[in-house]
Design a protein around this ligand. Sequence first.
Ligand code: ITT
Ligand code: NA
Length: 201
Amino acid sequence: TRVLVASRNAKKLRELHRVLAAAGVDGIELVGLDAVPEYPEAPETGATFEENALAKARDGAAATGLPCVADDSGIEVDALNGMPGILSARWSGTHGNDPANTALVLAQLADVPQDRRGAAFVSACALVVPGGEETVVRGEWRGSVAGQPVGDGGFGYDPVFVPEGDTRSAAQLSPEEKDASSHRGRALVQLVPALAALTGR
Ligand code: ITT
Ligand code: NA
């Protein structure tokens, strides 16, 4: 069974592939957007991570006729009333400019002491089966925002996110360590039963 993994963010896409592959669902072949000549621009006009993830997965499934997995994610900072949230990818104004987005959050927290810098990464992942079920799941990863970026692994806000129970930033974790506790890892494991059900068809 072929399943489309719909993301234009190369580093996120790599994580989606890694986690799904590690989940060990036999008989699933993951297909990237390269297989889709005319994938529509993701609208991302929803008010929640769940709405956006579902819209992306519906687009991918409609464009290919394949079951499609998509993720919408971001970081919710307590001291910023949960922002940037669903606006994380374009917080500085330019979609996908990770260094600028990260620098803006750090600037906005400049006067916030360490004990009030709590935050959570959130991932909503959707699986849409053409003519079939829609499943949406959510994973969260609590931590805090560091004073400065550290580490060069991961992507996005990873260099400024220190997971609860650790002193390293998410960008200093091995890929396996990140997957084991990350928002995306926790969301995707919940899709495994629905994915496994596809292979029986
Ligand atoms: P697709 O919609 O094509 O998948 P995107 O980059 O536009 O790619 P989102 O709209 O979901 O994806 O934006 C997610 C943003 O949230 C991303 O740009 C990162 O800045 C941040 N983010 C999400 N997951 C993250 C993670 O695991 N580590 C660090 N930052 C993350
Ligand atoms: Na988004």
